[in-house]
Write a protein that binds this ligand. Sequence first.
Ligand SMILES: NC(=O)c1ccc[n+]([C@@H]2O[C@H](COP(=O)([O-])OP(=O)(O)OC[C@H]3O[C@@H](n4cnc5c(N)ncnc54)[C@H](O)[C@@H]3O)[C@@H](O)[C@H]2O)c1
Length: 242
Amino acid sequence: MLIGKTAVITGAAKGIGKAIALAFAKEGCNIVLNYHSSVSEDTIKEIEGYGVTCLPVQGDVSDFEFAASLMKRVKKELGSVDILVNNAGITRDMLLMRMSEEEFDSVINTNLKGCFNMVRHASNLMLKQRSGAIINMASVVGVMGNAGQVNYAASKAGIIGLTKSVAKELAARGITCNAIAPGFVETDMTDVLTDEQKAKMLEVIPLKRYGRVEDIAEVAVFLAKNTYITGQVIHVDGGMVM
Ligand SMILES: NC(=O)c1ccc[n+]([C@@H]2O[C@H](COP(=O)([O-])OP(=O)(O)OC[C@H]3O[C@@H](n4cnc5c(N)ncnc54)[C@H](O)[C@@H]3O)[C@@H](O)[C@H]2O)c1
């Protein structure tokens, strides 16, 4: 169903983004792999191993002009943007009383504005095609809040509002827009937590295991295939939020 389609995935050099890129490649999609600083040759080869094209594009999603140039390049080199996965994200955790303006702005700029930038420019192409699937990476924290993550939780709650609004605006043209809200997934992002913090986290996960990157990638592929789900936030969190 996805053979020959083009999937743009942001922040895909590692973690959840890399797993999503591999999952779409396995389905036969050509992959536009956006990365911020570097991507390993092995990752590119692994994607190409599925017999698809992999176009690695370095750039910062928080830069509006970068998003415009990326979409232009994809249109020119691969012909279309069928799937957009806004996965790039950062954390800069700090208690509110000590959070700097820079810590707040950098997280909002990467996570929320980055998502807007990419959707804004991809939608030009998708509207002309009258089809497309947009998948935004939110978080359970955007739904339930989290002490020490005022910036991150605000960015993820913003992504949920953006997702629902985009879904309403673009539905008439056959474009879906959904969000995935992962719980605790084992990646570099969560690796910074202490063993004590990780053990505490496990206590509030009913399924009693941390999420795997593949758990998230599977849902991204499902949302790209389905054409009758839009404006939804799919929780992939082992039951953390019910
Ligand atoms: N790991 C979790 O438990 C968890 C839970 C909920 C949501 N998420 C979300 O999932 C997404 C992926 O997280 P992850 O756990 O794989 O983290 P990660 O740190 O392994 O990967 C994040 C990726 O985003 C890239 N990135 C950061 N800033 C960027 C920028 N300005 N432009 C382009 N790329 C940029 C990084 O280079 C990195 O490759 C993030 O949006 C994160 O908020 C993760």
